[in-house]
Write a protein that binds this ligand. Structure first.
Ligand code: PLP
Length: 407
């Protein structure tokens, strides 16, 4: 082969877009934990954001019925009419928000709803303000859209919640979108109505800025009130509200989420989805109709367990020196600040330089898997899921405490 041809040969067939992307650290950590488990090592997995409850029976029954009815064909891209209608009813009942079915796009999980919105709104070079700590996929979605992520860090003293003043200071003429989750994964923080009102007041002054409000943990809320940014009339038509069934109805594997937005934005998200996946699973959608018609009683039962587990874990971690853990108001994680351990020496002589080293030490020594805060924009923290049985949590945090005492 002539030399010039060799020089021009590509080193990888993969696109720059793909190569710039990182795998979610949550998934990477679960993989490592599974490898150890496959070797027969008893690992307690607290790295995944997954309810440990079964999907309620009445929802499973609706899916079986859909199969028996032969409901196995393609569905309309933005979701079956019945589901879009009950989602509107849910918004009215739970959030006092008025949407019409043409404002709803049903997707393959809330993840796809978020991706649809980011890819539909963000142009290359647009700035996207992401409240940090943030959910792992936000930054990668912005990258995929060739946008520029601008992270805004909330302070530990304010439960990591970003303030309206911080937001105002970060907005530039290039800002297109603001993204956050409330209740927040990973911190469990919940924005109050007043806090969102102050954020809405800021956004009202910048008509080019849109907001993506991720409310997937809405039902897993220990403080009672769930507030939505879309509630504020001055910004309502620039808010895209994302929600889904994975957390509240323990339906992670069913892949069902949705967004609500202004009709033209919803139509854009539908167009995006039409070329990538089309309508999500027909059977899942019928299960979703049943889930929402059943109200939130099943979710409330799960929330009681999540609250008990949160309190159980907080009771143990308060005695772990060097863990600064805000009390989560929702979701099912604790997110301690652990930098007191950085610079310490492990029994094997290695140094714990950062949260990733600490998470690896806990995996190898305590045999508990957790996720380093790097993945969430907070490299001084570690995320532990509390969605596990009470006795597993007691065992896990007992082991963590014993291992940390060795540093
Ligand atoms: C904050 C947040 N948003 C969205 C999602 C995605 O949810 P789904 O499983 O419906 O795609 C998750 C899942 O972990 C999440 O934690």
């Amino acid at each position: 082969m002539p030399e010039t041809a060799t020089a021009l040969a590509p080193t990888s067939p993969l696109s720059d877009r793909l190569l710039a992307m990182t795998e979610p650290a949550t998934i990477a950590m679960v993989k490592k934990a599974r490898e150890l488990m496959a070797k027969g090592i008893d690992v307690i997995n607290l790295s995944f954001g997954e309810p440990d409850f079964q999907t309620p029976q009445y929802i499973k029954d609706a899916a079986k019925q859909a199969l028996d009815d032969g409901y196995t064909f393609y569905t309309p891209v933005p979701g079956i009419p019945e589901l879009r209608q009950v989602i509107c009813e849910k918004f009215k009942r739970d959030n006092q928000l008025d949407f019409q079915p043409n404002q709803i796009v049903v997707s393959t999980g809330a993840k796809q709803a978020l991706a649809n919105a980011v890819l539909s709104l963000v142009n290359p070079g647009d700035e996207v303000i992401v409240f940090s700590p943030y959910w792992v996929s936000y930054e990668e979605m912005v990258k995929l859209a060739e946008g520029v992520t601008v992270t805004l860090r909330g302070t530990l003293a304010n439960e990591y919640k970003v303030t309206a003043a911080q937001l105002e200071a970060a907005i530039t003429p290039r800002t297109k979108l603001v993204m956050y989750s409330s209740p927040c994964n990973p911190t469990g923080a919940v924005f109050s109505r007043e806090e969102l009102g102050a954020i809405a007041e800021v956004l009202a002054r910048y008509p080019q800025v849109y907001a993506l409000a991720d409310e997937i943990y809405e039902y897993i809320n220990f403080v009672g009130e769930h507030a939505s940014l879309a509630h504020f009339a001055e910004v309502a038509d620039r808010v895209i509200t994302v929600n889904g069934f994975s957390k509240g109805y323990a339906m992670t594997g069913w892949r069902l989420g949705y967004l609500a937005a202004r009709p033209d934005i919803a139509a854009a998200c539908e167009k995006m989805q039409s070329q990538i996946t089309s309508g999500t699973c027909s059977i899942t959608q019928r299960a979703g109709v049943a889930a929402l018609r059943g109200g939130r009683a099943s979710a409330d039962e799960m929330v009681a367990a999540y609250r008990r587990r949160r309190d159980l874990v907080l009771g143990i971690v308060k005695d772990i020196p060097g863990f600064k853990t805000p009390t989560p108001s929702g979701a099912f994680y604790i997110f301690p600040e652990v930098s007191a351990y950085f610079g310490r020496t492990a029994p094997d002589g290695s140094t714990i330089n950062n949260a990733l080293d600490l998470a690896m030490f806990l995996l190898n020594d305590a045999r508990v898997s957790a996720v380093s805060g790097d993945a969430f924009g907070a490299p001084e923290c570690i995320r532990f899921s509390t969605a596990a049985a009470d006795e597993k949590l007691v065992e896990a945090f007992g082991r963590i405490k014993a291992s940390l005492a060795k540093l």
